[in-house]
Design a protein around this ligand. Structure first.
Ligand code: SAM
Length: 295
């Protein structure tokens, strides 16, 4: 079974990029009065505490949301970042940042009652799927949310196209299994045949593994072949600095990307304005930077 637990990574730089883009996509889809359906194929536990053992052990949020919130950029954020930070602040009404929302809660907190948006969540890990069920029960929109302890790649097929033909498929595996890269590409390719107008958002880690490097290229090719617009953004926080003579520690994940098919047409300009200052704040040194490209 899987050993990956998102609690160790909640609020890290990869979550900042992914959830900031997720908020932007949802806002764009909700600009029209038609109901939307969101399918989150790899949901995680849904809600995380930044003072938990998980987060404390990894310290990853310190290089992500915690660092961002303590920076001058948080006081004067560009609009994309402002929306994301307002969403996170909504879970921390006391002003102390103890709670971090995973993608089920980012989306769950944004669902509209009228029109009635829907959210489907898939999570296979026995502990995290149980936690997810309990967390979803706290959502004001819980009646619009379905939770399934099933394979998200498989379960997605039965849910698309949604009745309104308007929605988002978020594909965010842990890539513990090498095969996940191929599954992601296959899933997007097949799903586009059934739900061509849907927006697809794939998260992936930038790691020294051929499948990881290949994934955005494969996605570009299949989006181009399907005649669909795409957008690719990656955030690299670089390697941490260390004193001369000091042993370099394990840097952890330094970069990740999101690849969107049928992205909001306003997203590239918004990211153009946001990614450079975000890199300035979260960047640790050597190799820091960003990628932003589109069809
Ligand atoms: N999307 C979440 C967020 O942004 O808060 C994080 C998800 S985490 C990166 C990936 C999750 O997928 C893990 O909790 C893992 O247990 C789960 N998982 C792995 N394979 C799966 C599959 N085939 N179907 C559904 N869930 C799966």
């Amino acid at each position: 079974m899987f050993s990956y637990r998102h609690g160790f990574h909640a609020g890290n730089h990869a979550d900042v990029l992914k959830h900031m883009v997720l908020v932007a996509v949802l806002k764009h889809l909700q600009a029209k009065p038609t109901a939307i359906t969101v399918v989150d194929t790899h949901a995680g536990a849904g809600l995380y505490r930044l003072d938990s053992d998980f987060a404390g052990t990894s310290g990853e949020a310190q290089d992500g949301i915690v660092k961002l919130l303590a920076s001058p950029l948080a006081a004067e954020p560009p609009p994309l970042l402002a929306d994301y930070l307002a969403m996170v602040a909504g879970f921390n009404p006391s002003g102390r940042n103890k709670v971090y929302p995973g993608s089920p809660f980012v989306t769950g907190s944004m669902l509209r009652q009228e029109p009635r948006d829907r959210l489907w969540l898939f999570e296979l890990h026995p502990t995290d799927s149980k936690a997810l069920l309990g967390h979803v029960d706290q959502l004001a929109t819980k009646r619009q949310v379905g939770v399934k302890r099933e394979d998200g790649f498989e379960g997605l097929r039965a849910l698309i196209p949604p009745p309104s033909r308007r929605g988002l498929v978020l594909i965010d595996p842990s890539y513990e299994i090498k095969n996940d890269y191929a599954k992601v590409a296959h899933c997007v390719q097949e799903s586009l045949k059934k739900f061509a107008t849907g927006t697809y958002m794939v998260w992936y880690p930038v790691i020294p593994r051929p499948e990881a490097h290949e994934l955005p290229r494969r996605l570009k090719t299949l989006a181009n072949q399907a005649g669909k617009p795409w957008l690719h953004a990656a955030l690299n926080i670089g390697l941490p600095a260390h004193e001369p003579g000091e042993q370099a520690g394990r840097p952890g994940l330094t970069a990740s990307g999101v690849f969107l098919v049928n992205p909001p047409h306003t997203l590239k300009a918004a990211l153009q304005e946001t990614l450079p200052p975000l890199v300035e704040v979260l960047g640790r040194g050597r190799g820091q930077g960003h990628t932003l490209e589109s069809s």
